[in-house]
Design a protein around this ligand. Structure first.
Ligand SMILES: Nc1ncnc2c1ncn2[C@@H]1O[C@H](COP(=O)(O)OP(=O)(O)OP(=O)(O)O)[C@@H](O)[C@H]1O
Ligand SMILES: [Mg+2]
Length: 253
C-alpha cells in the first residue's frame, strides 16, 4: 500500500500539486486520471522520488520515503519497477540486455542466474523470438512488453506506469492493460497507472484517483464513476458521445 499525505509541489510560481492525499492499494491497479496538464506525471515523479515535494509524506507499506536518508530511499527504490512514457528502452542495447540491466546494476546474480531471470520475464510478457533484436526493430507494443519485463525483473512490490498505452492501437492497448493487471494480481503488486484512456479505466481500473487542476478531486471505483454527481469528473469521463451512451445504458440496466 502507498499513502500520499499532504503533498505539495510548486515549480517557481506554479502550484502544480495542491495538498494531495491519496491511498493506493496492494494487488490492485490504481489509476491516476485527469486532463493533460493536471499533474499526473508530476505526482508519479514525486512518488518514485524523481521530484521532491515542498511538503508532505509518502509511505510505502508504512515506511516514509520523502524525508528518509539516502540509504532508506535506496531500500524502497529497489522495490520499484517503472514503465515510463515512450518505453525508454536503451536503443543501443538489445531486448535481452535491456531486461538484464537492472539485474546487472542491483544484484550479485551470476550470469546464468541473470539469463534465467531474463528468459522468465520475457516469457511472462509474451516475447519469444526477439531476445537479440534492438528496440528499433520491434513494434511499439513489443517495446512496451519489453519495458514491462524490465520493470518486473527485480520482483517489484510497486509498479508505476505512465501512459502505458500512448501510441498503441486499441487492441494492443487492451493486451498491455491485461498484462499489467495480470502481473499486479499474480505478484500482489501495488500498481499505479497514469492515464487519460477511458478504455483502460473501464478495463482495469480498480481504484481511481481523479486529479483536477492539481487537486485530488475524487477517488472511487470504476462503477462509482457511473453514479457520481461530481461535475468535473463527469465532464472528463463523459466528454465523448460514446461514453455518454455507455453511461446511459449502464444506469438503465
Ligand atoms: N519541471 C517542471 N518545471 C515547470 N513546470 C512543470 C515541470 N514539470 C511539470 N510542470 C508543469 O506541471 C503541470 C502538470 O504537468 P504534468 O506533466 O504532471 O501533467 P499530466 O497530467 O501528466 O499531463 P499529460 O496527460 O499531458 O501527460 C503542467 O502545467 C506542467 O507544465
Ligand atoms: Mg503525463
Amino acid at each position: 500500500m502507498i499513502e500520499v499525505v499532504n503533498v505539495n509541489k510548486t515549480f517557481g510560481e506554479k502550484h502544480v500539486l495542491k495538498d494531495i492525499n491519496a491511498t493506493f492499494d496492494e494487488g490492485k491497479v490504481n489509476m491516476i486520471i485527469g486532463r493533460s496538464g493536471s499533474g499526473k506525471t508530476v505526482l508519479l515523479k514525486n512518488i518514485v522520488g524523481l521530484v521532491t515535494p515542498e511538503t508532505g509524506e509518502i509511505y510505502f507499506n508504512g515506511r516514509e520515503f520523502v524525508n528518509v536518508d539516502e540509504k532508506g530511499k535506496r531500500e524502497i527504490r529497489k522495490e520499484m519497477g517503472m514503465v515510463f512514457q515512450g518505453s525508454a528502452l536503451f536503443t543501443s542495447n538489445n531486448v535481452e540486455e535491456n531486461v538484464m540491466l537492472p539485474l546487472d546494476l542491483f544484484t550479485k546474480m551470476t550470469k546464468a542466474e541473470k539469463q534465467k531471470r531474463v528468459d522468465f520475464c520475457l516469457d511472462r510478457v509474451g516475447i519469444v523470438n526477439a531476445h537479440h533484436s534492438f528496440p528499433s526493430e520491434i513494434s511499439g507494443g513489443m517495446q512496451k512488453r519489453v519495458a514491462i519485463a524490465r520493470a518486473i525483473a527485480l520482483n517489484p512490490r510497486y509498479l508505476f506506469c505512465d501512459e502505458p498505452n500512448s501510441g498503441l492501437d486499441p487492441q494492443t492497448s487492451i493486451l498491455i492493460d491485461q498484462l499489467i493487471k495480470e502481473i499486479t494480481v499474480e505478484y500482489n503488486i501495488t500498481t499505479i497507472v497514469n492515464t487519460h484512456d477511458m478504455n483502460s479505466i473501464m478495463e482495469i481500473g480498480d481504484n481511481i484517483c481523479f486529479i483536477y487542476q492539481g487537486n485530488k478531486w475524487w477517488q472511487g471505483s470504476k462503477d462509482d464513476i457511473f453514479t457520481t454527481d461530481n461535475a468535473e469528473l463527469n465532464d472528463f469521463v463523459f466528454a465523448s458521445n460514446l461514453y455518454k451512451k455507455i453511461k446511459k445504458a449502464h444506469n438503465d440496466e
